[in-house]
Design a protein around this ligand. Structure first.
Ligand code: GNR
Ligand code: NI
Length: 181
């Protein structure tokens, strides 16, 4: 497994629409393993392949408590419950909404409240390439919607006010210029 670099706003690749995966083979599973390691290291609760500059419709997530935290010596190991999703699609959303304070590993240290459907059903191919559907609520529902947005070039800042969005984009453009990229 290897840690990958996470691309940041205003990298235009974050606006690309990712391509469907034809077959879940060992190269796809290797990519998912690299994504999961990169996500836990960050730490984060979800990651879309485009965040490591791979424009394929692949998502990993793990919203289990403390899964991404370092295990302190003598502590019970954190229970990791990763989910691997290839070509995920939202097949149903609830009318009920919920609001979460969201963040994004590609927009570090910026957080804002986003309203989304409280529950969703998502169809996808699992690690074995089999069709699967999950019904999610709570943080997982929000995380899956945030990740599927990434596959379509959509960022959580697209769901906040234009004033706040333009302010955060300017800040990251300035930071990128300062770094010289
Ligand atoms: O680590 C992450 N936390 C988070 C918190 C609230 C809503 C969505 C997320 S996803 C984010 C990781 C990320 O950027 N995934 O694309
Ligand atoms: Ni994100």
């Amino acid at each position: 497994m290897s840690l990958q670099n996470i691309i940041l706003l205003p990298d235009t690749r974050l606006r690309q629409v990712s391509e469907p995966v034809g077959m879940v083979d060992d190269s796809v599973r290797k990519l998912m393993d690299d994504m999961l390691e990169t996500m836990y290291d960050a730490p984060g609760i979800g990651l879309a392949a485009i965040q490591i500059a791979v424009a394929k419709r692949i998502v990993v997530c793990d919203v289990s408590p403390r899964a991404s935290e370092e295990e302190a010596e003598g502590n019970v190991p954190a229970e990791r419950e990763p989910i691997f999703l290839v070509n995920p699609e939202v097949t149903w959303v609830s009318d009920e909404k919920s609001v979460y304070e969201e963040g994004c590993l590609s927009i570090p240290e910026f957080y804002a409240e986003v309203e989304r459907p409280a529950r969703v059903k998502v169809g996808f191919l699992n690690r074995a390439g089999e069709r699967q559907e999950i019904e999610a609520d709570g943080l997982l529902a929000t995380c899956l919607q945030h990740e599927i947005d990434h596959l379509n070039g959509v960022l959580f800042i697209d769901h906040i006010s234009r004033l706040k969005r333009e302010r955060v984009i300017k800040k990251f453009e300035k930071e990128a210029r300062r770094r010289g990229d």
